[in-house]
Design a protein. Structure first.
Length: 188
């Protein structure tokens, strides 16, 4: 972590030789979850850098991590085609969602019951965070998903993709509600 004003390193997180690909703060701003090329996700105390737990069940680099709204759980997405839900204090795995290709982004619904996941082949799925079961598929993107996000009321999901589009979906039915919103240029 860096001090924005001084640009000095405040806290050095991660493991030697790892390239960190993702990081997220918990809702209380007391912990940080991160993951990278060493195929693991770690939760640290924000102020001290002390490792709380390390989740080592992925078989490929971790691309995205997110805390549940109550901060008790984390979900991590990996190039191994899985999103895994685990306890943020012990790293105990609770559920696994498997996808056909690499998993690149995840976001918890504000109710904490569902997770939206996007993949490298354009798939977007909502799954039950307790069981890992598929709730609904969001079909329309044709290239890698870059970002998924829920509206505050959890009724809609917005996605962006390397196909240079942003789309909005009904989170219950999976129906596209906005039509393809074109982007003039894509920078990645």
């Amino acid at each position: 972590m860096f001090n924005i004003e001084t640009q000095a390193t405040v806290l050095d997180l991660g493991s030697p030789g790892d390239i960190m690909r993702t990081a997220a703060f918990d809702v209380d701003n007391t912990r940080i979850a991160g993951g990278g090329d060493l195929k693991e996700a770690t939760v640290w105390e924000k102020d001290t850098g002390l490792v709380i737990c390390c989740f080592r069940r992925h078989r490929a680099p971790v691309r995205c991590v997110a805390f549940s709204p109550d901060g008790r759980l984390c979900v991590s997405a990996s190039n191994d085609g899985t999103a895994r839900v685990w306890k943020a204090d012990t790293a105990e795995e609770l559920s696994v969602f498997e996808a056909p290709g690499r998993m690149v982004c995840v976001a918890y619904a504000n109710d904490g019951l569902r997770v939206c996941a996007g993949g490298g082949d354009g798939f977007v799925r909502v799954f039950d965070s307790n069981t890992g079961g598929v709730v609904v598929d969001l079909v329309g993107h044709v290239q890698a998903i870059k970002c998924v996000a829920w509206t505050l009321d959890d009724r809609k999901i917005i996605t962006s993709s390397e196909d240079c589009s942003v789309r909005m979906w009904d989170s219950a039915s999976g129906a596209e509600v906005s039509g393809k919103l074109p982007i003039r240029s894509c920078v990645y």
